[in-house]
Design a protein around this ligand. Structure first.
Ligand SMILES: [Ca+2]
Ligand SMILES: [Ca+2]
Ligand SMILES: [Ca+2]
Length: 383
């Protein structure tokens, strides 16, 4: 795969183009997502039965949990085609609604499927034999939550743009409803089933299921080095720059709403705990004037050095800067001022020295626990 790159020197920041136009190769959706065809990703059927009174559903457990996968360069979906709705999304259509045998419908009813719940961001589009193909269903795009099944094997497609979790699911009730309206007919018994999916968390570059320092440090390092690795292109604009840093911070904020209220992680929040405070200052302080291209050690602007520009970012990100501003009456952009800051702070603070980078500086994606970094130095102002 050929990647072209060009560098625009703007101040100290580089913007690298990842892909040039005209290189895209259009493909059609494959059952396993990405370019994984049916041979590698088998069908996984939810077999539906009806005995005249009750609906039954049985999901094939011999096939593993389907994985939502996105296309990788240079492959793209033609936006002019119906399946263009899957562009930039991880997707899969291994799951299929299937009849477990001959199905005889009552005179007044038909088999309907209602989506009861689904993971945030999960989208569903119908596929043949349902028509029109790739129309949104099951609540996607404001569509109805009920869907009339044709009784023929149907593999609808599940898609998500920026997965926040490794495990996603969608729950359904399969029932006999009015042939036209889908209103449930109470004389028949329904069945419920949950379909589960695996996904890679967007921005989890080391694929450990968590968004943490390892991930944003890798991103910052790639931006600082002027790399052209498209896997870091968080906002999918074909360039690698601070917009991708900001997109990662937005994604992390969405992943940890209990810390951030769903707002982006703030600039200057070195340890990603949802607060910009002295702990983050200490991270910056322990790396200052070093060639370090790591967010969690204070390179907030991804220029490969930890310096006064990063300090300014931290300072601007503080919700209540009173303590620092009391100690530092005015900001002077010079190394000598930083020495003053350090001296003032050493007089006015108890500083526990850092013990290097820890492995536990992360926030657990699947957990709701607040994970405060213990490996970073604690700075406690006395004033
Ligand atoms: Ca990670
Ligand atoms: Ca913090
Ligand atoms: Ca910097």
């Amino acid at each position: 795969m050929v990647k072209k790159q060009s560098v625009f020197g703007v101040a100290m920041m580089m913007t690298v183009t990842i892909a040039s136009t005209g290189m895209a190769e259009f493909v059609i959706p494959q059952m396993g997502g990405g370019t994984i065809g049916q041979g590698l990703a088998p069908m996984k059927h939810a077999d539906i039965s009806f005995d005249g009174t009750s609906i039954g559903v049985h999901v094939d457990t011999s096939v593993g949990v389907p994985a939502l996968r996105a296309l990788e360069e240079p492959y793209e979906f033609d936006p002019q085609q119906p399946w263009g709705v899957l562009s930039d999304k991880a997707y899969n259509f291994q799951y299929g609604w299937n009849s477990s045998g001959f199905l005889s419908m009552p005179a007044d009813g038909w088999i309907w499927i209602e989506q009861l719940s689904s993971s945030d961001g999960l989208e569903i589009y119908q596929r043949p034999p349902a028509t029109p193909a790739y129309d949104p269903i099951f609540g996607t795009g404001g569509s109805g939550t009920r869907w009339r099944w044709s009784l023929s094997m149907t593999h609808n497609v599940y898609a998500i743009e920026n997965p926040l979790q490794r495990e996603l699911s969608a729950a359904y009730r399969v029932y006999i409803g009015d042939d036209v309206t889908g209103e449930p007919l109470p004389q028949y018994n329904s069945a419920e089933v949950t379909l589960t999916f695996a996904a890679s968390v967007w921005g989890d570059f080391d694929d450990n299921g968590m968004l943490g320092c390892e991930d944003i440090d890798a991103l910052i390092g790639a931006i600082a080095a002027g790399e052209s690795d498209s896997s870091f292109d968080m906002n999918r604009d074909g360039m690698l720059n601070l917009d991708d840093r900001d997109a990662w911070l937005r994604q992390a904020g969405l992943a940890f709403p209990e810390l951030t209220g769903g707002e982006p992680i703030s600039l200057g929040d070195a340890n990603l705990d949802g607060m910009v405070d002295d702990i983050d200052f200490a991270a910056w302080n322990s790396s200052k004037f070093s060639s370090v291209a790591e967010w969690c050690r204070g390179d907030f602007n991804a220029d490969g050095v930890v310096d006064v520009r990063d300090y300014d970012i931290w300072n601007a990100g503080r919700p209540t800067p009173a303590a620092i501003q009391n100690a530092v009456p005015e900001v002077i952009h010079a190394p000598c001022w930083l020495l003053v800051v350090t001296l003032v702070r050493r007089r006015s603070a108890i500083v526990r020295q850092p013990d290097g980078r820890g492995s536990d500086r992360y926030l657990e994606v699947t957990g709701s626990r607040r994970y405060r970094d213990r490996s970073l130095p604690i700075v406690r102002d006395l004033d």
